[in-house]
Design a protein around this ligand. Structure first.
Ligand code: NDP
Ligand code: MG
Length: 395
């Protein structure tokens, strides 16, 4: 029986995680669930999975949560704020933490789980993009295992051999990691109309149902850029070891290429419950509720390479990955600000990459290593991105 904390329970990954857990009451018990704005959903989830703790990131909703909990007959203790998120991530009773808060807000609770030596199921890619070395070093020190939940990295993890050594592809005869992506909803759209892309269009992914931020990141392919950086940290690879391949059907979730010409891929329907179930039960396999791919109806698979003119954010992320930690922390921060401004209809779709590029250009190169330096860079890049956005609005 594993005891699990689900950070970001009210989100897309959080809901899928609770769905898989509910299928296996003999294997998993929920210790804590956390949310931010969706208080009603959080309390309904608590009524269904009976956690010991409910944590609200935002303490202004505490009274509402208490009253809803009473109505639903929920007895869990309700806690609020960042310290409480870290406490339920590192509590001694907890074996496994699903890190599914979106964005930089997930870093501190994820780091707390890693430092406490938990099995960390990492969906929150932004945490790793912001502070890769810090999380990997902390895991090495505490003995925590970080299991990738992002479908591509989970696929790569499944295609690696048992003798894989972190950062040593040659040892296992691996020549390349092929990171696949659908190309998003604007793969075939005329570039001359990109200025007219609406929030509604960018928030509709052709294959996956996900939270708003990652859906916009998928449309700009910043998501693949963040995943490129994520892959480097998770597997210890160099940027030159990874190739991005567009595969519009999203059935192949990524591949590992070996020196003998073999390529091993992981396939499945685009449903995050598959990687979540793999992470929860690893090294075993459990039912996830996902139907297998039906090869009689699936049709053709196709592959192309990404065009950086269409996806400038992907290029920015690959360059930042080569540049180092300060650049990836800043890019992640700028992108969060830019995507929020786009969703609030303050900037155009094409401005997202502009804000990201200008933010990076306007900041002096530096080296960062400590958590404090990373948080400082995150904060200054957010300020810079806001300044760039104000400049755009003034034009
Ligand atoms: P959602 O937007 O659906 O959910 C985000 C979760 O984070 C919600 O529980 C939300 O609470 C919570 N949250 C938001 N802001 C804060 C904050 N400031 N403090 C604490 N909690 C907060 O996102 P997804 O589930 O789609 O994605 C979660 C993470 O997983 C992201 O990092 C994403 O990149 C990654 N991921 C997602 C995939 C997917 O298929 N969805 C696939 C691969 C990776 P509330 O809703 O109550 O406001
Ligand atoms: Mg992914």
């Amino acid at each position: 029986m594993q005891t699990v904390t689900v950070l970001g329970a009210t989100g897309s990954i959080g809901c899928s995680t609770l769905d898989v857990i509910a299928r296996h009451p003999d294997l998993f018990r929920v210790f804590a669930i956390t949310g931010n704005s969706q208080v009603e959903r959080l309390i309904e989830q608590a009524a269904a999975c009976s956690p010991r703790y409910i944590v609200l990131a935002d303490d202004s909703r505490y009274e509402e949560a208490v009253s809803l909990a009473k109505q639903h007959g929920v007895n869990a203790q309700i806690l609020c704020g960042g310290d409480a998120l870290e406490e339920v991530s590192s509590a001694p009773e907890v074996d496994t933490v699903m890190a599914a808060i979106v964005g930089a807000a997930g870093l501190l609770p994820t780091l707390a789980a890693v430092k406490a030596g938990k099995r960390v199921l990492l969906a929150n890619k932004e945490a790793l993009v912001m502070s890769g070395a810090l999380l990997i070093d902390a895991a090495n020190q505490s003995g925590a295992s970080i299991l990738p939940i992002d479908s591509e990295h989970n696929a790569i993890f499944q295609c690696l051999p048992d003798d894989f050594q972190y950062g040593n592809l040659a040892h296992s005869g691996i020549s390349k990691i092929l990171l696949t992506g659908s190309g998003g909803p604007f793969r075939d759209r005329s570039l001359s109309t990109f200025n007219e892309i609406t929030v509604e269009q960018a928030c509709t992914h052709p294959n996956w149902s996900m939270g708003q931020k990652i859906t916009v990141d998928s449309a700009t392919m910043m998501n693949k850029g963040l995943e490129f950086i994520e892959a480097c940290w998770l597997f210890g690879t160099k940027a030159s070891d990874i190739e991005v391949v567009i595969h519009p059907q999203s059935v192949i979730h990524s591949m590992v290429q070996y020196v003998d010409g073999s390529i091993i891929s992981q396939m499945g329907n685009p449903d995050m419950r598959t990687p979540i179930a793999y992470g929860l039960a690893y090294p075993h396999r459990i039912d996830s509720g996902v139907a297998p791919v039906d090869f009689n109806t699936i049709g053709d698979f196709s592959f192309t390479s990404p065009c950086f003119e269409r996806y400038p954010n992907l290029k920015l992320a690959i360059d930042a990955c080569i540049d180092g930690q300060a650049a990836t922390t800043r890019l992640n921060a700028a992108n969060e600000v830019a995507v929020a401004a786009f969703l609030a209809k303050k900037i155009r779709f094409t401005d997202i990459a502009r804000v990201n590029a200008e933010t990076l250009d306007k900041m002096e190169p530096i080296t960062v290593s400590s958590l404090q330096q990373i948080l400082e860079q995150d904060s200054s890049a957010r300020d810079m991105a806001m300044q760039v956005i104000r400049g755009l609005s003034a034009c």
